[in-house]
Design a protein around this ligand. Sequence first.
Ligand code: MG
Length: 156
Amino acid sequence: MVGFGYDVHRLAPGESLLLGCIAIPSEVGTVAHSDGDVLLHAVVDAILGAVAMGDIGEHFPDTDPRWKNAPSTHFVEHAVRIITEAGYRLINLDATLVLERPKILPYKQAMRERMAEICGLPIERVSLKATTSESIGFVGRREGVQAYCICEVQPA
Ligand code: MG
């Protein structure tokens, strides 16, 4: 089965930018109830989507104080646990970040390593791409950051 996830967060000065568990130096960071790791949020929705088990908002409502400033690694680990308990295993991830600045390339390998680690996957099964929005739209104006992810899940 295939799952798809999408997320977007606003960017603002004075916030930190955490992407794929890696803190990235930037004048703007994500505005969020949790740690704002937009990439991991898309990963969570892809994993849950593959087995039709809801979305990140159902499992971790932002109205629940338990999830205030929660590390997004917790959400990913929870999603992997849910599908494992349902008799499935995650096969791979393929994610795309859409961000105008800074360049993601210097951080990509570290992000893949951390994502592989928390998902229990070998690194060669964790793909990460990054693109800009060519200065167009809200991403182009650095008002936000988007992440997309697909994954494959198979019966264990
Ligand atoms: Mg989010």
